[in-house]
Design a protein around this ligand. Structure first.
Ligand code: G6P
Length: 363
């Protein structure tokens, strides 16, 4: 088994380190030299009739879906995200121009599969974005788009989240171009950042200083993760990862929501992780001030050149300077390592956390 883990102590750590290669595969052949997005099976114009997008998912895939919702909104495509368990209870109305996208690593999550069935019965076009060729979602949806992350053994999803977001970014570009007939002015910068992402993740992994930080963080009463824009799904995903593998209390919030309740819980025993993507950072800096004023130690994750953020926080985890979409993913990599290190120090069952399954095939 040690050989299968390539010398890493856990599959999760191996899979965190596989992200550069997985991201390479996610985008390979899908971005042309003249910044066209080519998705196999989806010729240009394929999504021209799409009027709205529903994204349905569970767990980590739900956070990737939230990311996609913002990617689409930033290209003027109306998009909504639904937790699959809720969608099966209260399905949102679909029209014949609604594209329902199920985001599911395994392609076997029961709630997501039921949602796909409901959407199809109601006449929506369905698309599965999945890692597993031949999975139920891939077979039952009208179409499938594969993230090519390779097998993921650790119950806590890591590389598949990054690959989902990268592929969903390409899908959002394809849909937006098909619908509008034009290419957004931000596309070039976004695609360049995606192409640089494998190297940027490698860089982040090599320079991550989280070993000593983890010792310091261990044993705090609770951990909050905050972010806005693309930093919001990252905050949710990082909190999920932290609670899954450390069994410690962790919550993620939209940074703007802190003052509407969670702030009441903040004490000097609350670690606050603040994600900065390079967009709307000044607002998140205000939230950092709010929690520090209550004595909470803040760990900021931001571009290495961002001295203002570095100085405003107690601890600083740097990421390479890049586009906000990629910055969120890089911050997520730093926080994957934080969760991993803390869980390891606590001696948790990292690859198979108690009570959790890799794929939940019951509703
Ligand atoms: C389980 C796993 C999570 C995963 C979720 C959705 O809860 O433990 O890691 O995110 O299922 O799985 P899917 O295969 O649909 O992405």
């Amino acid at each position: 088994e040690d050989a299968q883990r390539d010398g890493f102590d856990h599959y999760m750590l191996k899979e965190i380190h596989e992200q550069p290669a997985a991201l390479d595969r996610a985008i390979q052949g899908r971005i042309t030299d003249d910044n066209d997005v080519r998705l196999e099976g989806f010729p240009a114009g394929e999504f021209a009739d799409v009027g709205a997008v529903h994204l349905i998912a569970c767990g980590t895939s739900y956070h990737a879906a939230l990311y996609a919702q913002q990617l689409l909104a930033n290209r003027d495509i109306p998009a909504q995200v639904f937790s699959a368990g809720e969608y099966t209870t209260t399905p949102a109305p679909v029209r014949d121009d609604t594209l329902v996208v199920a985001v599911t690593q395994s392609g076997e999550t029961a709630d997501t599969l039921s949602s796909l069935d409901i959407a199809a019965e109601r006449g929506a076009r369905t698309l599965a974005v999945t890692n597993v060729i031949g999975s139920t979602a891939a077979r039952t949806a009208d179409d499938a788009l594969f993230i090519r992350a390779g097998p993921e053994i650790g119950v806590a999803a890591t590389k598949t989240f990054s690959s989902q977001v990268a592929v969903l970014a390409l899908l959002a570009e394809r849909i937006a171009e098909d619908v509008s007939g034009t290419v957004h002015s931000d596309r070039e910068a976004l695609l360049a950042a995606l192409e640089r992402l494998p190297a940027d993740v490698q860089d982040t992994l090599q320079r991550s200083p989280v070993e000593s930080l983890a010792t310091e963080l261990r044993g705090r009463e609770e951990q909050f993760f905050i972010g806005r824009g693309y930093g919001y799904p990252v905050a949710l995903e990082s909190a999920l990862k932290f609670k899954e593998i450390t069994y410690e209390h962790a919550e993620g919030f939209a940074a703007g929501e802190l003052k509407h309740g969670p702030l009441a819980l903040v004490t000097s025993d609350t670690s606050v992780f603040a994600v900065f993507t390079g967009r709307h950072d000044e607002k998140t800096l205000k939230n950092v001030e709010e929690v520090r004023a209550r004595g909470a130690p803040v760990v900021a994750i931001a571009a290495e050149s961002d001295h203002e953020v570095a100085e405003a926080a107690d601890e600083f985890l740097p990421i390479p300077d890049t586009h906000p979409v990629a910055a969120g993913l890089l911050a997520n990599v730093q926080l994957q390592l934080v969760s991993y290190r803390v869980a390891d120090l606590l001696g948790r069952s990292i690859d198979k956390p108690r009570n959790l399954a890799k794929s939940v095939t019951v509703e």
